[in-house]
Each structure stands twice: as C-alpha cells, then as structure tokens.
Design a protein around this ligand. Structure first.
Ligand code: NCD
Ligand code: ZN
Ligand code: ZN
Length: 361
C-alpha cells in the first residue's frame, strides 16, 4: 500500500549552516528533507549566530532564500538578558518564538521564571511560542500558558510524567500542542549500550514504559505532531570526550512511521495527521496545490548511513529494518524527489506564508 501524504511538514529542525556549516548546510539538509519526504520545515534559532536579533534573522533568511530546496520558515529565539524590544519588528518575518528552558545545544538557556514571564507577556498573540521544557520545567511553563493563554507548542515531549501534566492541562482547556520525536518512540536508554554517544540527545532517551506511553498518546490523539528534531553533529563531535547532544532525523522519520503502522501501533490515517494536517493547521501553513509524498508501507529497507544526504552522514537508526520507503515527492506540481535523486535546485524552496494559526487547545 502506498500512503499519500499531503506535503509533509516538520516544525522542528536544526539545519545548521552559518557558523556551523561543517555540521550541515541549508542546501544539504533541505536535500535530506526532500529525500525523507518533507516539503516544508521550520528551522530553530540556536545555531550560532543565534537568531535572536533582526540582523541575525535577516542573515539567516538570506541564506535560506539562496539555498533552500524545500519550503521553510524560521523560529526567532528568546535571549538573555531579554530581547523583547525587537519582537514587534521581527514578528512578521518569523513563524513564532522559541524559548529554551533547559540546558541543550547552543547558549539560549533561560532559567529565570521572571524573565520567562516577561517574554511570554511581550510576544504578540497570533503566532505560536515553542518551548524546550523537560520534567518539572513543563509545569513551570504551564503556569505561563495558564496566565497568558497564548498558544505554546511543547517540543520533543519524552516521558509519561510530562504527558500526564500536559493531558491535565489540555483537559483544563489551555491552548497547547505537543510534539514527540521518532528517537523517543523507537529507542530507549537500553539502546545506549549499543549506540554510545550516538544515542545522546536532549531530552535523553527514557524507559520502555515512557516509550510505550508516547506511542499510546500518539494513537489516542493527545500528541499532535511528530517532529524529527533533526540536529546533525559530525561523527567526530559525537565521539569526542564531550559529545554533542542531538541526532539527525529528517531522512528516517517517515520510514519509521511506516514501521509503526506495520507493527500495528499507528494507523496510516494518524501518520497523515501527525506529519501534515495537524502541524500545518497548528502553525498556520495550508498545503500548497499539487504537493504530496508517497510513502510505501509494504516495501522494506535497512536504514543505513550510506544513503543519507545529511552532511553529518550517520543516523542512530542505521541497521534497523523498516517497512516504509519514500517513493516520490511532488511540490507544486514538480517532482522534487523520484525515490533516488533529489531534483530541486538550491533556492527553489519558498518562504512559507503563515495564515493565522487556529488552536482549540
Ligand atoms: C538540539 C541541537 O543540537 O541543536 N539538540 C538536541 O539534543 N535535541 C537542540 C534541542 O533541540 O534541544
Ligand atoms: Zn530542544
Ligand atoms: Zn531541537
């Protein structure tokens, strides 16, 4: 069976480039996106120079305009000691505001709840906030969602406990959405022995119980979005004494979701919602005309490093046998991936035009 997915959309990727072009470039990572079946993505602000000022935003936009092969939008980053004065200026050029509330790659950590409060207050309503929040921090952020009633997307939720907090908050009617990542759905801390530093990311891999709770929440509808959190680092950086956190994911996410359907814990219709309908509705990006991806749910492949387009050239899923192969991707009537070759030129991707997002909690 071939699943037809309208213009798959990943709201959480780190395409690097700029000062980190040794890890990946907009050109290389958007080729990875198309080969992975995605026609559009939203890029995170933590690659240096961080996207936390109008000048840094304009520099990044220039890079994407020249070299992106798929459609794109950019998250703006909240910064220490506070960059609220430029929110009014940048809001029309970004997809939303990202706040890093726990330690991770980059230097955008904001731990002071008072500063978080001022940031929440300052961000104009209408465009979403996205948060990196783990464990108890989820409860801290929920206080601010309750106070300001602005749409907050909780990125890469990874534990049963966090899901419990968010399920209660949704019950309460708070305007939130929830993303989970393929690595938390397919790997656990038991895999760390085999993966070593290739299994290190933030949030960390959890227990089989947490993984099963995520799968269940995906099927039930509590989780809104599957996001790859594509975060390439070089093999040398991963194998160093201080391994970088983050794993690539753009090329493996749809095949892994095909495998989830094969294993019977995810309906094909839910795949379409999780990677297209729901993120497009939440973040405000309608499906462009004549744009779809074919995911073969019958055919099998062994994921391996050799076939990857991402500049980092490795994957934590290499060696896995999955039922799920991306057969072709068509964007605005033009085939941009034919199952083997990416045939979209750098610069052919378009900046996404955002419509007012609708969040009914
Ligand atoms: C991400 C990165 O490398 O940019 N790393 C990660 O482990 N997920 C940052 C992030 O998403 O927190
Ligand atoms: Zn994060
Ligand atoms: Zn991330």
């Amino acid at each position: 069976m071939r699943l037809r997915i309208p213009a798959p959309f990943d709201p959480h990727v780190h395409l690097r480039d700029l000062d980190w072009s040794h890890k990946g470039t907009v050109a290389s990572e958007t080729a990875a996106a198309l080969a992975g079946g995605y026609t559009a993505l939203l890029d995170m602000p933590n690659t240096p120079p961080a996207t936390t000022s109008p000048a840094a935003l304009d520099a990044k936009r220039g890079r994407f305009q020249k070299t992106a092969r798929c459609d794109w939008g950019l998250w703006f980053g909240a910064a220490q000691p506070g960059n609220q004065e430029c929110y009014g200026d940048v809001q029309h050029r970004v997809c939303g505001l990202k706040i890093y509330n726990n330690e991770t790659t980059g230097d955008l950590l904001i731990e002071d709840q008072e500063l978080r409060d001022r940031i929440f207050a300052a961000w104009p309503t209408g465009k979403p906030l996205a948060v990196h929040a783990e464990g108890d921090t989820v409860a801290d952020i929920l206080q601010l969602v309750r106070r300001y009633r602005k749409h907050v997307h909780f990125c890469h939720i990874s534990s049963a406990r966090e899901l419990g907090l968010l399920a209660d908050a949704r019950e309460e009617g708070l305007p939130l959405s929830i993303g989970v990542c393929p690595h938390h759905l397919f790997l656990t801390r038991d895999d760390l022995r085999a993966l070593g530093p290739l299994g290190l990311m933030k949030p960390e891999l959890k227990t089989a119980m947490d993984r099963d709770a995520l799968r269940q929440a995906l099927a039930s509808g509590l989780v809104d979005v599957v996001e790859s959190d594509h975060a390439p680092h070089t093999l040398a950086e991963k194998l160093s004494d201080e391994p970088a956190h983050g794993v690539p994911g753009l090329e493996t996410t749809l095949p892994l979701l095909g495998q989830a359907a094969h294993e019977g814990w995810l309906e094909p219709d839910r795949i379409v919602e999780l990677v297209s309908t729901s993120p497009r509705r939440l973040f405000g990006y309608p499906v462009p005309a004549d744009s779809w991806t074919e995911l073969d749910l019958k055919d099998r492949q062994v994921l391996d490093d050799g076939g990857l387009r991402t500049l980092c050239g490795w994957s934590p899923f290499s060696g896995m046998r999955v039922h799920g192969v991306v057969r072709q991707v068509t964007l605005r009537g033009k085939q941009v991936f034919d199952g083997e070759q990416v045939c979209a030129a750098p610069g052919s991707g378009l900046p996404l035009t955002q419509c007012i997002p609708r969040v009914d909690a």
